[in-house]
Design a protein around this ligand. Sequence first.
Ligand code: NAX
Ligand code: ADP
Ligand code: K
Length: 499
Amino acid sequence: MELLTPAEMDRADLLTIAGGSSGFALMLHAGRHVAQAAMELAEPGPILVIAGPGNNGGDGLIAATELVALGRTVHVMLLGERDALKGDAAMAAREWKGPLLPFLTQSIGSPALIVDALFGSGLNRPVKDQALEIIEAVNHSGVPVLAVDLPSGINGATGAVMGAAIRARETVTFFRRKIGHLLLPGRLHCGKVRLVDIGIEPAVLDEIRPQAFENDPDLWLPDFPVPRADGHKYGRGHAVVVSGELSQTGAARLAARGALRAGAGLVTVASPRDALAVNAAALTAVMVRPVDTADELGAMLADRRFNAVGIGPGAGIGEATQGKVLAALAAGPAVVLDADALTSFAGQPEALFEAIKSTSNPQVVLTPHEGEFPRLFSDMSNKNPLRSKLERVRVAAQRSGAVVLLKGADTVVAAPDGRAAIACNAPPWLATAGSGDVLTGIIAGLLAQRVPAFEAACIGVWMHGEAACEAGPGLIAEDLTETLPAVHRRVYDELGVEY
Ligand SMILES: NC(=O)C1=CN([C@@H]2O[C@H](COP(=O)(O)OP(=O)(O)OC[C@H]3O[C@@H](n4cnc5c(N)ncnc54)[C@H](O)[C@@H]3O)[C@@H](O)[C@H]2O)[C@@H](O)CC1
Ligand SMILES: Nc1ncnc2c1ncn2[C@@H]1O[C@H](COP(=O)(O)OP(=O)(O)O)[C@@H](O)[C@H]1O
Ligand SMILES: [K+]
């Protein structure tokens, strides 16, 4: 499903209003949904609504009015003067017949639920003074919080905490989720996110054309590779995984098994001769082939049946790996570059980007984690607070010419054309040695089946996260490949494919 920036959401509101609805009608829907959610969430006892000076506060005032009508005791605190409210929020304030408590931490008391309607998508500067004090006091109170649209203090476009932010039990948001609901730390402040309809027609999206999506099957289901009844293994592609030296061959084997489990028809590990015996002894369905140099890899890949290559896990950092990367890109299979393949270009990323842009096959995926990412994109580390993860990955994709996948709990995939997907299905126990190697292999396996690079990266990330959920806590990287069949079956169910 599409994800919107606050600016895109404003356009959705405006297009709806231009189409004949009133802004206040949208606010009434929003406030009533908030009240409904509050009814479900609140134990018996009073409910406190904390309203801000804009339309988010307006939603809160409508919710307060509705909750009273539903028989609840409600207290309201407003930041600023009632007379200072404008437009729809001023209309909402006229609906609220009760008193307003002073905007002080002492007014919080111990309600059954706090409805956070302080700031939503209009937050435009760091919170401080009274608002900061209230947010911190709410977080310390231990009272469950229902946030309206966004937990106050979270930037809807970036997920950043602007000074301080509410930690909500649940968040009710309208029409489409915002980017800040998925990117960290925003996601951790939202609790469960409830998406409700406030009367905005999905057709407004034809005009807005959002370019960010949640990474879930809706995004790529038609591209998911399903073996044909009349097919054979050669039709499912032949992936190559490049192995490192004798002492670090395990990473390539994990990737190779990931490629096979992702559905590649055949997988070959291109192994240094020194490590051939170790690789051969540890592999069964995966084949091995001696490859020591970049030239040898280039010669092997001249056989176009090898249609996808994964390089990086355990590859070793330096010129030898650089050479193999350039040879793979020059040969024309689809390529996924991870770990040492990326680090080998630290300080000279242009050489890599040039090679990517001049390859005959534009299906290239880079899969850095946050440590590797600034080695290629030095101005865009996560230490730069002005850029969101989404923005950083988009710039990286545009600059490199590749699909870029930046790992983490909120893995972002972006294509050079601006499309981007944010994943939120990875459990924390996926952060374990070697799990990134398996991801590289899964993507190589999908590329071998001729899934386009952006979709291959998105499907790979999603399957990897689902495989980790399927395995559960205690997961080690080896488990991921073993739970992938269950993930395939789940996608087949969605596709209506029998098995
Ligand atoms: N017609 C619409 O546009 C709709 C808007 N809705 C609600 O309206 C919200 C957006 O409303 P607004 O654009 O009025 O924005 P907000 O209500 O989120 O906040 C803007 C107000 O807060 C002030 N402000 C921003 N950052 C501040 C800070 N750090 N410290 C102190 N004050 C700060 C601004 O000066 C302004 O008065 C959405 O999040 C949603 O809850 C919904 O009612 C649905 C319809
Ligand atoms: N907190 C987290 N929650 C969920 N997934 C995570 C988290 N941290 C890391 N991951 C995922 O774990 C994997 C780790 O990959 P990587 O950093 O390459 O490790 P390795 O090199 O050991 O394989 C990535 O897929 C990443 O997205
Ligand atoms: K809020």
